[in-house]
Design a protein around this ligand. Structure first.
Ligand code: NAD
Length: 253
């Protein structure tokens, strides 16, 4: 299906994991893809994967917590491809695993600067282009930790709850401007971020985490990408302000 032909999709944090899976899928469906990450090697690898499969992509390095870098990224996107139709604000980091009374301020601020301020800065710059064009679709990557608490990971859960607030508020502001803004809320999905987490907690706890999911398995990056791309597509044209759990039933109980 080539339903994104002529369209331009930007995915932050697409040098790895969920962002890379989404970038590949946008390209397969005909979009010209802007791959962005702080990790240049990973970003370039994603571009190579897309080009090897016959798609169109370019890499721009950007730290989403830095306003000047975000603005430059959006400017480079428009200069290169002339438009921006879909933006996936996906770049994110985990936090340290300690209870709240021991949580270090420095790490709390760092996690919020990437996971929350990063989404704000990206949306702010993306919306300016989309407003001029009179159309657009944004997907922010939150987490099930944006819907329910995540013990011993205060900064991460706080940052992801905030992403839902950003999403709902902006969705209301731009609903009449033909710009849709949604969030996805994945449960544990096998990516380098979660592989690191599972290693940190050990095999027993990792097995418990998997068994805690009603479908008794972790997610696959492609399953999250499916939902992201669908929320950017015309197939979801009446959906805005939504936060979609992709969680094997985790938040149903
Ligand atoms: P990942 O670590 O594989 O990929 C994250 C990417 O973001 C990396 O390439 C990293 O270099 C990049 N990044 C980090 N800080 C950045 C910054 N300041 N600016 C730009 N890029 C930056 O992790 P992932 O699992 O693919 O996570 C992607 C998103 O999905 C994150 O927002 C994460 O919180 C969210 N998420 C992941 C899961 C999961 O289980 N994997 C579940 C829920 C939500």
């Amino acid at each position: 299906m080539q339903d994104f032909l002529e369209k331009v999709a930007l995915i932050t944090g697409s040098g790895s994991g969920l962002g890379r899976a989404a970038a590949l899928q946008f390209a397969q469906r005909g979009a010209r893809v802007v791959v962005s990450d702080v990790n240049e090697e990973g970003g370039q690898e994603t571009v190579n994967l897309i080009r090897d499969a016959g798609g169109t992509a370019i890499f721009f390095r950007c730290d989403v917590s830095q306003e000047a870098e975000v603005n430059a990224l959006i400017q480079q996107t428009v200069e290169t491809y002339g438009r921006l139709d879909c933006a996936v604000n996906n770049a994110g980091i985990g936090g340290v695993l300690v209870p709240t009374h021991q949580y270090p301020l420095g790490n709390f601020e760092k996690v919020l600067s990437v996971n929350t301020t990063g989404v704000f800065l990206c949306m702010k710059a993306e919306l300016q282009v989309m407003l001029s064009a009179g159309r657009g679709s944004i997907v922010n990557v939150s987490s099930v930790s944006g819907l329910v608490g995540f013990p011993n990971n205060l900064a991460y859960a706080t940052s992801k709850h905030a992403v839902i607030g950003l999403t709902r508020t902006a969705a209301l502001e731009y609903a009449r401007k033909n710009i849709r803004i949604n969030a996805v809320c994945p449960v544990f999905t096998m990516t380098p971020m979660v592989e690191g987490l599972l290693e940190a907690v050990g095999p027993d706890r990792a097995a418990m985490m998997e068994q805690g999911i009603p479908m008794k398995r972790f997610g696959k990056a492609e399953e999250i990408a499916d939902a992201i791309v669908w929320l950017c597509s015309d197939a979801s044209s009446f959906i805005t302000g939504h936060s979609l759990p992709i969680d094997g039933g985790m938040t149903a109980g």
